[in-house]
Structures are given as C-alpha cells and as structure tokens.
Design a protein around this ligand. Structure first.
Ligand code: KG4
Ligand code: ZN
Length: 354
C-alpha cells in the first residue's frame, strides 16, 4: 500500500513543505529567508518566526497542488519538532498539529538531524534514487554537517542511532559563515567561500587541523576560526585583501574539510561501516565531495551524498523519516501535546573509545 505524507520543516530559516509517496518526492517547496537574514550575518529568530507564519500556509497549499494531492489523500502529517530555533519550530509544529486534528490524520514527529541523515536515500517521483545508491547494508556511518551541527552518527540498524562524535563548539557550516563574515563576503558563507576558493591555492596559508591529534571523534571549529582571525590580521598588514583572498578561502576550506575527514576515517576504522552517508548544507561543497570520495574509495566503502537540492534544509528529508516511522506505527499519541524540543538529540551519546 502506498503511504502519502505531507511533511513540514521550519527548524531554522527556511519554510519547507513536501509531499511524499513512500520514499518518493512528489513535491518539495522551500521558501528561503536568506534575503531577510543576510544583512545580519546570521538568522534572527523573531524575524524567522514572522516569515514562517506568513509562508507556512501558502507553502502547504503549493506543495499539495504540485503533488496533485488533496488533504483527503494524505495518510499522515509529519513535522520537525527539534532540534532548531524554538520560535521557528513552533510555527511548523502548530500548523501540523492543527491540520492533523482538523482532518483527523495521524501525526508524526521527526528529528531534523534524522532527516539530514536519510536525505541521500530519497527517490524521485518515478521511484529512482537521485544518486547512485548501492545496496543499503548496515552498519552505516552518517555524517551530518550543517550550520547548526557537525556529527558522526553510527546507524546499527534502521532507526537505531548512536552519536560517535560531535562538535564541542561551532558547527563546520558556522565556521564557514563566520570566516566569510570576517572577509566581508556575505551570508551564507559556505557557497561564497567555495566559489572564491576555486581560484586559490589551498597549500599557501598554513592553518591548523583542529582536534586531529586528540583522542576520540569530536570536532572543534573555534580554534580554526581564531587562527583565521589572526592570520587575516597579519596578512592585511602585508598586502591588500584582494591579493590573497582566493588563497585564504582555499586554505580555510581545506583545513575545515580535513578536520572532518580525519575523524570520518578514524570512525570508519573503528566501526567498519558497509556504507557512508554524508548530509547537511556543507555536503554541497564540491571539494569536500571529491576528497571524501577519494578517501572512501581507498577504504573500499561506498559513500553517498544527497542531491544538491536536499543538502540544505528541506521537508522531503522529514518525509522519508516519517515514512519509516509510519511503517513502524510511531505516531504521536496525544496530538495536542506535541511540543517543540529545540535541543533534541539523535540517539545515545558517545559510547565509543577512540
Ligand atoms: O543544512 P543547512 O541548510 O542548515 C542547517 O541546518 O544549518 O546548512 C546551512 C549551512 C550554512 O552554514 C552554509 O554556509 C553551509 O551550510 N553551506 C556550505 C555550502 N553550502 C552551504 N558550506 C560549504 N560549502 C558549501 N558549498
Ligand atoms: Zn539542517
């Protein structure tokens, strides 16, 4: 039997609604707020909330229309209830609750990070994977790298997650955004740095690979950010920014990627996964994809990235998690009681010795 799910994600600064039939994406609407927040260099929670409130219902209508579905056709409503910004999450949770109550549909609560983790496994409306996907075999290592998170997750079997390592301070995407701000490049920083880096030499400016010598699988990006700040100050004394900007971007990007890759390889040696999934906004980075693919080829482990449109926040990824939850009958018992949980975690924490 086919399962049709309307999925909503308002965890941060994008209002996202999708309709899925099983794991196939029928429609995927993302209303971006980048223009609203770019002048502030980051997301302003109350502005985000207001924009979500304005956009949520038009996005729901459009998602249904594009999928050629009506409320009656839906088998369930799914929504991200954490982690994320409380004022933003609230809007999606309220909308989903109201729809589920009004139309008497099952309600499914989804962890945003679980959505990122499964985003490489989405299929198009014809039932084909977006990426070339080998057989799905467990254990899987998933790495979620975005503006809010930097996590390595061990998936022992479907739905069973354990955090192997995570950032102790800034997320990797946040480091891209902060370094871009230092360089006065705009927001979000990742894609801008990537583009400028393509004209630079990544070996020209020495920068640290934070935590590379540390035991364990955790990350830290605040040291790299500070190193960038000092290096920038010194270089600016010697020459104009424009002269070293591409080299600076390329060197920073390389250090940020290496710091991820060192821990990914280490966790592969420990867990010996049969598949590696990479997800989140930073997984759109082409240099990262190239370096990660090379490294996993050498270890003979298949690696999958999401289609570029599913790297950034979206609701299709929430829909695929909800589909699996539907099959396991994991519904919210009392719909009135679903509440946002801004610091929701995925699975158990750190049970691994380095
Ligand atoms: O997953 P996402 O849309 O939102 C969060 O949940 O955070 O990720 C956004 C983050 C931003 O920090 C952005 O700078 C980063 O992903 N990002 C990139 C690239 N595209 C987006 N970082 C590096 N390279 C990129 N091409
Ligand atoms: Zn995200």
């Amino acid at each position: 039997m086919d399962i049709v799910i309307l999925a909503i994600d308002t965890s941060c600064d994008d209002t996202a609604v999708a309709v899925l039939k099983n794991d196939m994406v029928l429609s995927n609407i993302v209303s971006s707020q980048t223009d609203i927040h770019k002048n502030w260099g980051g997301v302003v929670p109350n502005l985000a909330k207001r924009a979500h409130q304005e956009n949520i219902h038009p996005c729901i209508e459009l998602a249904l229309k594009r999928a050629q579905m009506k409320m009656d056709d839906l088998d369930a409503i799914a929504v991200t209830y954490g982690p994320g910004l409380a004022p933003s999450l609230e809007v999606g949770v309220d909308a989903a609750k109201n729809l589920a109550i009004e139309h008497n549909k099952p309600l499914i609560g989804v962890n945003h990070m679980e959505g990122h983790v499964l985003s490489p496994l989405l299929k198009n409306s014809k039932g084909n994977f977006y990426a070339q996907v080998p057989a799905i075999k467990y254990p899987i290592i998933a790495m979620s790298i975005s503006g809010g998170h930097t996590e390595i997750v061990h998936i022992k079997e479907q739905g069973h997650y354990t955090i192997v390592g995570q950032t102790l301070d800034d997320a990797v995407g946040e480091a891209f955004d902060k370094v871009a701000r230092m360089l006065e490049l705009g927001y979000p920083g990742g894609p801008i740095i990537e583009e400028i880096a393509s004209d630079g030499d990544c070996t020209s400016i020495p920068l640290p690979r934070p935590m590379s010598q540390n035991k364990g699988f955790d990350f830290s990006y605040s040291g790299l950010k500070t190193a960038c700040l000092y290096k920038l100050r010194d270089l600016k004394k010697e020459k104009p920014l424009a002269e070293f900007l591409p080299d600076f971007c390329a060197s920073f990007q390389e250090a940020a990627i290496d710091a991820l890759l060192i821990k990914l390889k280490k966790s592969c040696k420990k867990i010996r996964p049969k598949l590696v999934l990479i997800a989140g906004g930073v997984s759109a980075n082409n240099r990262l994809r190239y370096k990660f693919r090379n490294a996993m080829n050498k270890l003979n482990i298949p690696i999958i990235f999401p289609h570029k449109k599913f790297c950034m926040d979206n609701a299709a990824m929430i829909g695929i998690v909800a589909y699996h939850k539907y099959l396991r009958e994991e519904f919210i018992k009392d719909k009135h009681k679903l509440d946002r949980d801004p610091s929701l975690v995925i699975g158990q924490q750190n049970i691994y010795e380095a």
